[in-house]
Design a protein around this ligand. Structure first.
Ligand SMILES: [Zn+2]
Length: 353
């Protein structure tokens, strides 16, 4: 088993590898060699958009960018010739022969309240359409957000005694030092990434409550409710997309429940906007969370397109795999505008893998 310092070292090395890739590619961009690499554009994934708040234990820092970075990124992408396109208009845009430039498409996952407070003004300033993927269980405060719960719980504890559901039974993980806290979070993350989550999340919520943390209170603080979403969806640039009810790893459900999660979330969005959404984002979205079976379900259930979190740029072939579209994360670790063009090329992911 890896110790906390190895885990921390791995995190740092991985980050450095991507970062040096970004530096290399941003040099390439300036030399004009990248136009062919950026393909037909990119779909960007965002989560939280809010002012920077320094936290010593910040295990999901990559899920937060600042409004300033978003603003700089859009300015950079526009300068590089990218054209803003709404996600639901993407198939038509890709099919055009007279495209004025590569597409830039913005998506935000989970429906955080800061999207309305801090991202919306930036999108409106630049006239950029955007899609927010919402989970019914977060909107209705019936499901907790495990990574937010775990962050608050592990921050508070000196020992995290927990059955991660990985077959090891209950383990007592020391969580006194910062490195130990990161190691415990990573252990839980790893267990949850590729497992049936429901039981593990219920145990986590129980433990959080015992420690005086209200997991649903966190959702209520962080995520937009129905009224807020309805008001936002009525503005000209915002759209809502489906993101399941329970923010579950769909690949770990049986076929019937997998489809129910998708259908019910589309219906929940329709109750808010009056329309069944055209778009779906698979929660977690990597190959461990969505595969051919889920892509087929999205197609059968009449979604116009669906997005993964598999990194990559749009290509001519994207039209043929429109229920498995790649996205590029605008990542809190790499908030420099000169990196955005590099990210949009997809090259750093090849360099770091
Ligand atoms: Zn999500």
């Amino acid at each position: 088993m890896q110790g906390p310092s190895q885990v921390a070292a791995r995190r740092i090395i991985k980050r450095a590898a991507i970062q040096s890739g970004l530096e290399a590619v941003s040099l390439l961009a300036r030399s004009g060699l990248m136009a062919s690499a950026r393909g037909l554009g990119a779909i960007f994934t965002l989560h939280h958009v809010r002012p920077r708040k320094e936290k010593s234990f910040d295990p999901v820092a990559h899920l937060t960018i600042t409004p300033e970075f978003l603003d700089e990124s859009i300015i950079q992408l526009k300068a590089d010739g990218h054209v803003p396109v709404a996600l639901e208009d993407l198939p038509d845009y890709l099919a055009r022969t007279d495209r004025p430039g590569p597409a830039m498409v913005f998506t935000l996952d989970d429906g955080y309240r800061d999207n309305n407070l801090h991202a919306r003004p930036v999108f409106e300033k630049h006239g950029i359409p955007y899609t927010i993927f919402v989970s019914g269980g977060f909107i209705d405060r019936t499901h907790s957000i495990w990574w937010e719960t775990a962050e608050e719980l592990i921050r508070r504890l000196d020992i995290f005694a927990f059955d991660c559901g990985d077959g090891a039974g209950e383990v007592r993980l020391p969580t006194r030092t910062l490195l130990e806290k990161y190691a415990a979070f990573d252990r839980l993350h790893k267990a949850l990434a590729c497992a049936e989550q429901e039981e593990i999340v219920a145990r986590l919520d129980d433990q959080a409550r015992q420690a005086g943390i209200d997991p649903i209170g966190i959702v209520d603080r962080e995520v937009m409710n129905e009224d807020e979403l309805r008001a936002l969806a009525a503005t000209p640039l915002a759209s809502l997309g489906a993101h399941t009810i329970g923010h579950v790893n769909l690949a770990h459900l049986d076929e019937e429940n997998m489809r129910l999660e998708i259908v019910r979330s589309a219906e929940r969005v329709a109750e808010i906007t009056g329309e069944i959404p055209a778009t779906l984002a698979y929660p977690y979205g990597d190959r461990c969370a969505a595969g051919q079976r889920e892509y087929q379900a999205a197609d059968d259930l009449d979604f116009q397109l669906a997005v993964t979190t598999n990194p990559g740029v749009l290509t001519a072939q994207s039209l043929d795999s429109r229920h498995a579209l790649p996205r590029i994360s605008l990542n809190g670790y790499y908030q420099k505008s000169r990196y955005v063009g590099a990210l949009a090329s997809g090259i750093p992911f090849a360099l770091s893998s």
